[in-house]
Design a binder for this molecule. Structure first.
Ligand code: WTA
Length: 657
């Protein structure tokens, strides 16, 4: 970490917004003043100005029972109405909502606000027929197709709660999430296109619902609604399974959106924590939609009449929730939705899409930028990227070098870059420059957004002061904050609020540093959570998967820095003797990499698996991952004095070499 800090200290480049950008920018500096003068009044203004309330609220924040907050609690709204109907009623029904591009070239659809509203109304009627209503949980396991967005909105429309599970997750991961939420319905597709072929989804749903490992048939799911997309062969369970194309077009076209209280749960989204079980992060309606809509508008500088917005995140992650589905649609924006991978069928696919649709705002992750850097500037140079006027980054710290490349090669040195820090738990952006207002600085996420209060503190909760590193905390409640962990209020308090209970701060789990200008530099996670390609993975979860393989006796997983993915999964595994005798270490390592990919999903597949004889442990039996990280990153191994057996590390280092 120290070398990183050294490097950051030397970063002194700054880029002022151009007069031209500033003249048309949605944001202006007065936002900071208004928010500072009265934070709650500021958020109340945003909620009133940006959203339609069936019943206006009179209360803003209730923080009388921390850490359980309510925002706008006596107001009522319908989230889907805000994203759809009101735009149609305002005469913008013909505006394109989704410029959908399938992975196979030539596969495209334009969906207007009127068309999307119609589809969502029909689907809401189907949900009603299936008995899905207020408070029911619906799992969504889909590729990036317009129906996925429609599914989220229809669930929201009827007051039910969605749990979107990333389509790259395995049947086991899906089942764990369905079980935890007690979902009654799964919405899926036969398959979707990824990397030039159809990746099946319905078969994974079938596996998730079947009797697996003798644990019994999944019991809460009554129906599975299936979109035909991949045209792959699927098995059918009569009475349980329904084709979308059979039921949705046939459903009644009228559906009146009912108002629900602002604190009505909107979705659960599972994210990795330090212990094995993923946490079901719970978000509610009014506050969430207010902050997602506001931040999308001012940070992405959305001009709905002229912009073509493209957030490249999958809807399986929070970025896809807030900046594909809810923020842009509430703002009435036109956006690109792309099904496939960036390099299929050729490495310039993204830039071809930017050119084809005239994308004006691009929001993506540092890992993607670094992989484009690796391929080289000659690829984007083949396309006309002159429509791009604003660039965004999210998911992990963006190193100054990647920031500069993004600015020069993609943004032609003109488009401002906003580096946005936030989390699944925060629901929406928290720290970011405002384009047209802030002088930007490569590598720093910079300042809290208007209405957000943060600090960098030491272990005791004291402000660290400029130039020093510490822990990032959020010092005041915010509208889109998580309202809890599904089914586990104690874990919610323990994970985020216990550490700085005295001060009442939210503990984000990120290290950060304040520079002399007061700008924030993020330094990565302070716990055992890895960040691979902008996605949080827990070491424990991958270790559990490894130990679940019959060849494995024990496993320790660490995140090692990786040029392309930020961090990469590296596993140290003790294999049972009988397997060691029968297989080569290389063969075992390969088999275990594949195994983890199958158990959790390809994203969790270790980059390296080292078969070792021992793991470094303290006297109390805790694995010292810090030392394994040293080995994985090719460093001199740090202090080993607290190890039960100090010789272990030299053996492991020798084995790895
Ligand atoms: C990291 C993604 C530095 C951070 C929206 C955080 C970042 C975790 C940034 C949340 C950024 C996200 N700069 N680090 N701009 N954005 N992170 O829940 O460690 O998938 O805690 O939400 O990603 O990841 P999550």
């Amino acid at each position: 970490m120290s070398s990183q800090i050294d490097h950051l200290l030397t970063e002194s480049r700054k880029f002022a917004p151009s007069a031209e950008f500033a003249a048309d920018a949605v944001a202006d500096a007065s936002l900071y003043e208004r928010a500072a003068a009265d934070r709650e009044a500021f958020w109340a203004d945003q909620a009133r100005d940006l959203l339609h309330w069936h019943t206006p609220f009179t209360e803003v924040l209730d923080w009388s029972n921390p850490p359980f907050a309510t925002w706008f609690a006596d107001g009522e709204l319908n989230v889907a109405y805000n994203c759809l109907d009101r735009h149609v009623e305002a005469g913008d029904g013909d505006r394109v909502a989704l410029l959908w591009e399938g992975e196979p070239e030539g596969d495209e659809r334009r969906v207007t606000y009127a068309e999307l509203t119609d589809e969502v109304k029909r689907l809401a009627n189907v949900l009603g027929d299936l008995g899905i209503g207020h408070g029911d949980r619906v799992a969504i396991y889909m590729p990036m197709i317009p129906e996925a967005i429609a599914a989220m909105l229809a669930v929201a429309r009827v007051g039910a709660i969605h749990s979107v599970v990333f389509g790259g997750f395995s049947a086991d991961s899906l089942r764990a999430r369905i079980d935890d939420a007690g979902a009654r319905l799964v919405i899926t597709a036969d398959g979707g296109w990824r990397k030039g072929k159809v990746s099946p989804l319905k078969p994974a749903v079938d596996m998730a619902l079947a009797d697996r490992n003798g644990s019994g048939v999944q019991e809460t799911v009554e129906h599975v609604l299936v979109v035909r997309r991949g045209e792959n062969a699927v098995e059918w369970t009569e009475g349980r399974d329904l084709w979308w194309h059979d039921v949705v077009p046939r459903a009644a076209a009228d559906h009146v959106a009912q108002p629900f209280p602002a604190e009505n749960p909107l979705f659960i989204l599972y994210t990795s924590g330090t212990t094995g079980k993923p946490k079901g992060i719970l978000h509610t309606s009014g506050g969430y939609l207010t902050q997602a809509t506001f931040t999308n508008r001012v940070v992405h500088d959305i001009h709905p009449d002229t912009d073509v917005f493209w957030c490249t995140a999958d809807i399986g992650w929070i970025t896809g929730h807030s900046y594909v589905t809810y923020g842009p649609l509430a703002n009435g924006a036109t956006q690109v939705l792309y099904e496939g991978t960036p390099d299929t069928p050729h490495p310039g696919r993204w830039w071809e899409i930017v050119q084809k649709y005239g994308v004006t705002i691009l929001y993506t992750a540092p890992t993607a930028i670094r992989s484009f850097m690796k391929i080289g500037r000659q690829v984007p140079a083949k396309f006309d990227l002159s429509s791009l006027r604003l660039l965004g980054s999210v998911g992990e710290p963006i190193n100054p070098e990647a920031w500069m490349w993004y600015r020069k090669i993609i943004g032609d040195k003109k488009a401002p870059i906003v580096d946005t820090w936030w989390q699944t738990e925060t629901g929406a952006m928290m720290v970011s420059a405002l384009p047209g207002v802030t002088e930007t600085k490569p590598g720093s996420a910079q300042v809290p957004l208007p209405g957000i209060s943060i600090d960098v503190v030491d272990e005791d909760g004291a402000h660290v002061g400029t130039g020093n590193g510490g822990l990032l905390v959020i010092t005041e409640p915010w509208p889109s904050m998580l309202r809890g962990i599904w089914g586990d209020p104690e874990r919610f308090v323990e994970t985020y609020w216990q550490k700085f209970q005295k001060q009442g701060y939210y503990f984000a789990g990120d290290g950060a540093r304040l520079d002399d200008d007061g700008d924030v530099w993020f330094l990565g996670r302070v716990d055992d959570v890895m960040n691979v390609s902008g996605h949080r993975l827990s070491t424990t979860e991958i270790e559990s998967a490894l130990v679940g393989n019959e060849a494995v006796a024990e496993a320790a997983v660490v995140g090692a820095s990786d040029e392309t993915t930020g961090q990469a999964v590296v596993a140290f595994v003790i294999v049972k003797q009988s397997y060691l005798d029968a297989h080569s270490p290389a063969g075992l390592a390969d088999a275990l990499r594949t195994w983890v990919g199958e158990q959790i999903g390809p994203i969790a597949r270790p980059r390296d698996v080292y078969i070792v004889g021992e793991l470094p442990k303290t006297r109390s039996g805790k694995i010292m991952r810090r030392l394994l990280r040293d080995v994985a990153e090719g460093r001199e191994v740090g202090d080993t004095t607290t190890l039960a057996d100090t010789a272990v590390m030299s053996v492991i280092s020798a084995q790895v070499k």
